[in-house]
Design a protein around this ligand. Structure first.
Ligand code: THU
Length: 127
């Protein structure tokens, strides 16, 4: 699957974000080793700290569906952003350091950039 196709799935997910407090809608799409795409959006809460990011929701949905290995992640937001630190640690639980991460805007016409999990988050905590 191309980065563009995975980013399109992330944009679909972002359309379902629940972000009445920040108005910062985020969508994530994980390509599983099983070939399926698992998406997530951010879900905020009136108690702000209970908010869950799009990336973690995508990981948890995938794991709940039985997929624990991934080939790529796409992430979209109002502007191009990298995954937050908490999400990087959760991604590192299931994804290899060489896994590509494509980051784009909600706006299809904007360019995206790509990196790897290992470049963003070297030396994750391991139990
Ligand atoms: N957010 C994500 O969904 N992913 C990130 O990696 C960083 C931030 C969400 C959380 C919150 O709903 C909004 O973006 C603003 O921080």
């Amino acid at each position: 699957m191309s980065p563009e196709d995975l980013l399109a799935a992330a944009r679909d997910a972002a359309a379902r974000a629940y972000a009445p407090y920040s108005h910062f809608t985020v969508g994530a799409a994980l390509l599983g080793e099983d070939g399926k795409v698992y998406t997530g959006c951010n879900v905020e809460n009136a108690s702000y700290g209970l908010t869950v990011c799009a990336e973690r929701n995508a990981v948890f949905r995938a794991v709940g569906a039985g997929c624990r290995a991934f080939r790529a992640l796409a992430l979209v937001a109002p502007r191009c952003v990298t995954p937050c630190g908490a999400c990087r640690q959760v991604l590192a639980e299931f994804c290899p350091p060489e896994m590509p991460i494509h980051m784009g805007s909600l706006e299809l016409s904007q360019p995206f950039r790509s990196t790897t999990l290992g470049a963003l988050f070297p030396n994750p905590f391991e139990a």
